[in-house]
Design a binder for this molecule. Sequence first.
Ligand code: UDP
Length: 374
Amino acid sequence: MRKKKILFLLSDTGGGHRASAMAISEAIEALYPGQYESLIEDVWKRHMPYPINRFPDTYGWITGPGMPIWALIWKLTYYRKMQRLVFASFAPLVKNSVTAFMRKEQPDLVVSVHPLMNHLGLQWRESAGLNVPFITVVTDMVTLHSSWICPQVDRCLVPTEKARDLALELGMPREKLAVHGQPVGLKFNEVSGDKRKHKLHLGIDPDKPAILIVGGGEGTGQIYRIARRIAKTIPNGQLLVVTGRNQRLKARLDAVSWDIPTSVYGFVDNMPELMGAADLLVTKAGPGTISEAFIAGLPLILSGYIRGQEAGNVAYVKEHKAGAYASTTRGLTALARDWLDVNNPILQELARNASCLARPNASLDIATDICKLV
Ligand code: UDP
């Protein structure tokens, strides 16, 4: 029997879009072994002409030091008129290549996990002459950009009730919407509450509190400064620092002589294990990382956020008391030291609140929903 083919469209801006596509594809395989083939296509990188295809490589910079420029782009393109103009200027550059690709692959269903792939994705489906369902899986948690919402898609799956309300406001018909949660890897469900076991498995001290620092797939934010300050102010702790694809940051951290036990990693594929071992997570407000922390029952301090799409995540975490936001490194380390005090019960309380927000079956529910349409 021919396997049904599911095509995921994305652009690798940050680590979240690919992580989501992989999580859904993993869930499809878990539910329907051997029946589906997943194809994950980075449209921007593989089909745009040079040098425009290199734009996503600047995402780490533009959502870091170049944040004011990002905020402006985000705001301006939120307006539909401006959005149409942007899409109309980029569309001719990729159309032939993507159309040929889709015609060749003949997917049975197309899933967009990226805000740029919805309106354009529908155009490509049409120009490729494909009569197959098209689904949007929104991977922004709360304040999603309007380009995610294209009412002509067949289905639109969102991570939270707040995202659903916004999608409705932006014109998505109610019957096409479902709230399933953020798609994250099934391995996060295997994270147990036994931190000692996870620490021993990682080869770190089982008796010291571990602080995990993450800055999304690109390793953005004040990771260096935060790690250095924590090492100075929490002498009984130990650090796990994930630098993602930021090799320069990794080299800087590797060169440090640390005051407390510190493990510096590049791009890791064992995030569930790291979260299982950690007592506290310090991260930018990425929806993927936050949702994974909820499943791992891990309290979090948000050290920053990308203006626009991650602003709502900060409010969400604060509102549900799963963590806090610290705008300065000094404030962040003071909070971390206070929370990690053995006599302070707050860490357990925050962990419980984080667990209440977990949607461990999100990927499975999304996979079921998608496969119903094939
Ligand atoms: N991630 C990973 N390895 C790394 C760094 C990040 O697997 O070294 C994953 C992380 O677990 C999450 C995703 O990349 O699933 C980051 O997504 P998020 O939405 O938090 O931030 P983004 O990178 O998209 O801005």
